[in-house]
Each structure stands twice: as C-alpha cells, then as structure tokens.
Design a protein around this ligand. Structure first.
Ligand code: UD1
Ligand code: CA
Length: 474
C-alpha cells in the first residue's frame, strides 16, 4: 500500500500501559479479538502501510508481550522489536524510550497506540501522503470527529483552521471540552523534529506526565502540523475495557465474514471465524459455527450448525454435520463427520470416511472409506481402508499407566458392542463378532468370537410371569 514518494519509516507502537480498566492479570494489548492479540492488529496495520521496521514500547507484562510478538512476527522474519519503558511516565516518555532503537536511515516515525485494533492501513497511507505533500511541516496527524469526546485530547485550531495544539481532557477548560474534534493518537513525525520536540517536553500538566501530544504545539510553530480528518472514526477506537473489546471484536468478525464472502464462501452472520482461519470458495459455514486457530476449510466443504473446529484441516467437499467438536485434526475430501462427533487431537480422518454421532476419536487414523457411524471410543488406533466399526465399539487403550494401540486391517468388520483391548492387531478382512472382547491378535480373514453361548429355555418366560403375578396377589 505504500506509495513511491514515501521515505523509509519506522512505526513506534505504544504498549507499556497496564490497562487497569480491563481488570485483568493479562496485559491489555494481549487481550484477544477473533483469536489474535489486540496488539498484533496494530503491528499488521503498520506493516501493511509500509513500515520497514516496527518498535513496540513495552512495560507492564513486558516478558509476555515480547514473547507474543516474537512468536507472531520475529519468528517469521518480520522486523518487529521492543523498547523498554521502565516506568510509565506518559506517552511522550514512551516515545523517548523508543528513539535509541531507531535505525539511522529512518526519516519518519509513525506513532500508534497498541490498543487500536480496528486501525485501517489505508488511513495510515493517507497520513504518509499528507506528510510527503507538506514539505514544510515536520509532522502530520489524524483527527476524528466524534459524538462523545470525553476522555480524548481535543484538537485546538486557530481562527484560520490551522492546528495549533492538543489539550488533554483533564487539562481542558469547559469551552475546550465542548470541542468534538479529537486526537485518536495516530501521528507521523520527521525523525529530526521528533528528537528535538521530545527533548522539549515537560510534566507541567494535570497528570504530571510527559505528554506526547505537546509535540503538536511545537510543530505548529515550526512549519505546521498537517491534520488529516479521518474518513472512518470508528476504525480509530481505543480499547480500554471489556465492553469496548467485545464491540471491536464484533466489528472484526464482520470484516472477516465479508472478506470470506468476497472469496465465494457462504457464511451465516451468527458464525464466528477467527483471524487465522482460511476458507475456500463454495464452502458453507452455517449458523453458530466457530472456527478457531489455523483451521482450513476446503472448497465446497460444509460445516453445519454449531460445530466448533480448532486447528482442523477440512478438505474439499467434506461434510461436518451439526454440533461436531474437533481440534488439531484433519478431515479428508468427501468425508462425513457428525452430527455430535468429537475428534480429539491427532485424529486423521481420510477421504470418504464416515464418523457418526457420539463417536470419539483421539490419535487415530481412520483410513479411506472406513466407517464408524455410531457411539464409539476410538483412541490410539489405525482403522484400515474400508473397515467398518460397529456401534458401541470401544478401543480399550489405557491400562491405568500407558496408552496402547489398536490396528485394524483394511476391510475388517468390527461387530457392535465389541471391546478391543490394546495393544492388538486385527488382520485385513477379519470379522469380529458382536459383543466380543478382543484380547489377542486376530489373523487376516479370521472370525473372532468371544461371548457366552446363547441358551433358550422353552416356555420359561410364561412360567416366570405367572409366578410373579401370584406373588403380587398375596
Ligand atoms: C492519549 C492522548 C490523547 C488521545 C488518546 C487517544 C496523550 C497525552 N494523550 O490519551 O490525546 O486522545 O490517547 O486514545 O498522549 N502508554 C505507554 N506509556 C506511558 C503511557 C501510555 O506506553 O507511559 C501507552 C498506553 O499503553 C496506550 C497509549 O500509550 O497504548 C495511550 O495511553 P493512554 O494512557 O491510553 O492515553 P490517553 O490518556 O487515553
Ligand atoms: Ca491515560
């Protein structure tokens, strides 16, 4: 999105504050929206706008914040670093702490807050264009018109409409508090000016802090601060409490759904698809479906009502029927899962296999075309191609100390209500009779039967009933 005339710039993201109003042990910027920390959206926006380098100012919960950034960005070769602000002495102090980290080649610094996850990179690009177009101005900033300006810094303009400074809410007079043009906290400053302006800040204000906003008055005297009124004030909201977090998350879920729809996906408004999920064209995501983590849904697959998939790969044309719960598993092309199936981690359901209602799998491969349609526990197993596992089958995989594996050969048939006591192998094409407890390997094409032989006692039921009836009369 960056345009040609822009000089190399670094983004500095302020994220050292505690976020008291979240009432949380977790640092505010790590609270998640759509499965991704708030801060990561801001880093994404900075990178999308063309930042060659990102420095995040950390303080409260710095170890956690740094670890989250490393995992999401540095580990993928993105230039995202941290600078420590040991004590939170205000936004001006926070930027001061980042300055020693700037590369000498940095001509401008984009300053953002870590708690504005709805930020639109397009608006940042507008700011870059504004500074590039105002060669005398040492800085540019976004402003926003809002209905309720409470808490925000107010934009001060002179008689001819030029920005002359920002007044913090706590320092503002009643007249100034009536101003509805506010400072959303998005600035772009030329590096040399920023260095000088930060050195000139004082704590002479209501909060006794170093206000970054005071650099705007300095810029006004040194060539002007170019103000860009935001097209979409909604994208600049800051998150301070859990109600704002919930509202912003709904906006993001809406954006994700819209993006998927543009890609040819049918998705109900009540579905919730997290930021890291990919869905291909012609897939159908039904009501109240939740897709989390790195879930992938292939072309034409259907995820039906109420299913919850976490880190699951669903291949093309598969059908996941209502109320299926699956995690860290894969579902092959054309496979059918559910309703009410539970795929626990490392379940690998291959193409055209069927897993039906109340079937639980874990660390189990269900090979091509194999079926387990009703009520079963299939843990630590390998079920061969085309095998059929009957209702009520249990893989007894745990002896109280260790887990053991069950292997079922291709085309084998496991009759209903069988217990397979692992470790055990059932050969290809073998048959396990209903109600059998399998404790030894079953050879290929053999029949395993292990149940008490049936006996019929002629007339016994009638006699029994007569006796019970008599007893009841007495
Ligand atoms: C700030 C602005 C205000 C603006 C508002 C927009 C100042 C003085 N005021 O106010 O004009 O309308 O943002 O939301 O800048 N932070 C640090 N270190 C600190 C202090 C803050 O890293 O010492 C970080 C916070 O974690 C947060 C951001 O800076 O991400 C903004 O701080 P916050 O205290 O929320 O600023 P406001 O008082 O809301
Ligand atoms: Ca504050």
């Amino acid at each position: 999105m960056a345009t040609a005339q822009q000089a190399p710039f670094t983004a500095v993201i302020l994220a050292a504050g505690q976020g008291t109003r979240m009432k949380s042990a977790r640092p505010k910027v790590l609270h998640e929206l759509c499965g991704r920390p708030m801060l990561h959206y801001v880093v994404d926006a900075a990178l999308a706008a063309g930042a060659s380098d990102v420095v995040v100012v950390v303080g409260h919960g710095r170890a956690e914040v740094s670890a989250a950034l490393d995992k999401a960005f540095s580990a993928h070769g993105k230039s995202v670093r941290t600078a420590l602000q040991p004590e939170q002495r205000g936004t001006g102090d926070a930027v001061r702490c980042a300055m020693p980290q700037l590369k000498p080649s940095t001509e401008a610094v984009l300053i953002l807050c870590g708690d504005t996850p709805l930020l639109d990179p397009g608006q940042l690009t507008q700011l870059l264009d504004a500074l590039a177009g105002a060669s005398d101005a040492p800085m540019a900033l976004l402003t926003a018109q809002v209905a309720d300006p409470t808490g925000y810094g107010r934009m001060l303009r002179d008689g001819s409409g030029r920005v002359i400074g920002i007044r913090e809410h706590k320092d503002a007079s009643p007249e100034e508090r009536a101003i509805t043009e506010v400072n959303p906290g998005v600035y772009l400053a030329r590096s040399a000016f920023l260095e000088r302006a930060l050195a000139g800040l004082t704590t002479d204000n209501a909060q006794g802090e170093l206000y970054l906003t005071d650099i705007v008055a300095q810029a006004a005297k040194a060539g002007g601060a170019a103000a860009v009124v935001a097209r979409d004030a909604g994208s600049l909201v800051g998150i301070n409490d859990r109600a704002q977090l919930a509202a912003a998350e709904e906006v993001l879920y809406g954006r994700i759904a819209d993006r998927l729809r543009r890609g040819g996906v049918t998705i109900r408004t009540s579905a919730r698809v997290d930021a890291g999920v990919a869905v291909e064209a012609d897939a159908v995501i039904e009501h109240a479906v939740v897709l989390r983590g790195q879930t992938r849904v292939g072309a034409g697959a259907r995820i039906d009502v109420g299913s919850v998939l976490t880190d699951v790969v669903v291949e093309a044309g598969a059908s996941v029927k209502p109320y299926t719960v699956a995690s860290q598993s894969s579902i092959g092309a054309g496979a059918q899962i559910g309703p009410f199936s539970h795929l626990r981690p490392d379940s690998q359901i291959e193409a055209d296999a069927h897993i039906g209602n109340f079937v639980e799998t874990k660390k189990t491969v269900v090979r091509k075309g194999a079926k387990a349609n009703h009520l079963a526990y299939l843990g630590d197993g390998d079920i061969g191609e085309g095998a059929n596992v009957g209702a009520g089958t249990i893989f007894c995989n745990y002896d109280g100390f260790r887990k053991h594996r069950t292997e079922i050969g291709p085309g084998a048939f496991i009759g209903s209500d069988s217990q397979i006591v692992a470790p055990v192998k059932i050969g290809a094409g073998a048959y396990v009779a209903t109600g059998t407890t399998v404790t030894r390997d079953v050879p290929e094409d053999a029949l395993a039967i292990g149940r008490v032989k049936q006996e019929n006692k002629e007339g016994y039921a009638a006699k029994l009933k007569a006796r019970l009836k008599d007893a009841a009369k007495k």
